[in-house]
Design a protein around this ligand. Sequence first.
Ligand code: PRX
Length: 645
Amino acid sequence: MAYPFQITSLEQYHRDYKRSAEDPEGFWAEVAENFLWRKKWDRVLNWNFTEPKVEWFGGAKLNITENAIDRHLATMRDKPAIIWEPNNPEERTRVVTYERLHKRVCQFAQVLKNNGVKKGDRVCIYMGMVPELAYAVLGCARIGAIHSVIFGGFSARSIADRLDDAQAEYIVTCDGAYRGAKDIPLKSLIDDALIGNKTVKRVIVYTRTRTPVSMIKGRDVWWEDEMEHAESQVEKNGVVSFPAEEMDAEDPLFILYTSGSTGKPKGVVHSTAGYMLWTTYTFVNVFQYKPGDIHFCTADIGWITGHSYIVYGPLCAGATSVMFEGIPTWPDAGRFWDIIDKHQVNILYTAPTAIRSLMGFGHEPLEGKHLASLKVLGTVGEPINEEAWHWYDENIGKKQCPVVDTWWQTETGGTLISNLAGVTPEKPSWASLPMPGIIPLLVNEDGSEVTEKDEDGVMKGNLCIAAPWPGILRTTYGDHERCRTNYFATYPGMYFTGDGALKDDQGNYRITGRVDDVLNVSGHRIGTAEVENAINMHSGVVESAVVGYPHDIKGQGIYAFVIYNHAHINDELTRQDIQQTVTRIIGPIAKPDKIQFVHGLPKTRSGKIMRRILRKIAEADFDHLGDISTLLDPGVVEEIKNGRI
Ligand code: PRX
């Protein structure tokens, strides 16, 4: 498959960028010509950021799975679409060709149909990283159901909230999932989540770990039985087919829950056509994908990175995507390098937290590993520090591979700011230049555009985007007003990212991190309010305040200041109880790293917690606490400082 929209020189980047800004409709219409449409659009773009309303390719009809699978069958039937690497290296690798993927997706779409799923229904997917997860996602897209994938690290309670918010009627899960030495009982977590649930009609269970599970009559069915039955329905005389539902360009493709400043995660909704274009366009350009390349994105499909750069972007580009079930450090810290060696991986895309963690194991895990197949390295999810950037460049890329630092968010669908591998210049720890179609703006707190530069010629401000790109979120599920207030109301007329950034003289951007109450722990986004709510559910807790602090491996760690209502016998045990509570309410990913018991929190006279002070204390930056005279009780600051852990 050729990519006429691939940018192959710096001059072309500048040309395309300029054209996309001056004539976005013409530019994206040309890109859109490279996809398969049942009917072309009436209008390329219709938008305002006031409601907000964004429509790309309005009036067009398509099905994304025909773009991700069917159109490749004529020329790439036997090409691997997915190479699956199991958690346990002793187990057999599975290679799923485009032909096989087509069959399985058709079969699973039929399973969904047999179980009553219709266009627009919400299907929650809670599975480990097995190829069946990709079949489930694409099966939903084929039938026009809206998938909502939930990461396996979320608790039953978090699943229940998400099921409720999406009013999901169907669930696809596994008996269990392997992750390193652990075996996570997914179905059992689903069972807990379903206590009291009134909307879910059917649970489809894929067998992976053979963990004993309870199967409820009339509700729970086995994946294997359903697939076997569906096989004869979709395959006639050796020909496989399941007619793809005709979708409007703007029909929702999926919901993905993500954390914000409030206690309740939001269901970010992506559209069909715009998301398809954006993930494919950015995949091909950022990584400079060439036909035949093997692409390995180490993310989990439970996060946006897996949706966009394991499934939709690569498959729509007819690429080969490696899907890894396990973790980088099991059975040893050489696992990624073994996978690269074994599958001759050309593009590696991972998170700074993984790089920092692997750096800590030194050289030994790299010995004897052949990494010469690598052509491009990528990072995503959090700011990458220069030390990690150079380690990655020198030890993994052997200084032969461009490193792309891709900045984006669940809400943006795909990368917005990144260098293009080997085409635009790289600058360690800078995401660098915006993609065509992206108009970043740095603004001051009052919304005015930043114009002041420091002595190095660098500007600093809050990062906004001035106009829509095809992959922008369309709404937050069931609550459009929330979408407006969260992203479009802080700075009217602009999409506000929640990130702070720097801009240098050459127009490069460096993302400095969140400026709202959202933490980024090991590349996972967690709202401080969510963690506080969970801590406050512990029976002994009166009040708590959560902030982030710099953590060598995770990027940010979670620091909780907790007021406890009576003397407790054992601080350590109480800490563990609180962590257990957070694990139950949100999931293990939100467990605080540090818990400090305090008698009071720094509050203003109006009762607002001064998190700025707590952040400084957590960072041990006692010299920059700022003005504490406006506090209701300035005395608490001294106590908190002295008790810092
Ligand atoms: O703060 C930014 C950080 O991750 C946030 C988005 O998190 P999430 O929606 O979970 O998506 C992560 C994967 C796309 C952003 O607001 N972030 C993401 N990529 C980078 C980054 N920070 C710095 N540099 C990056 N390359």
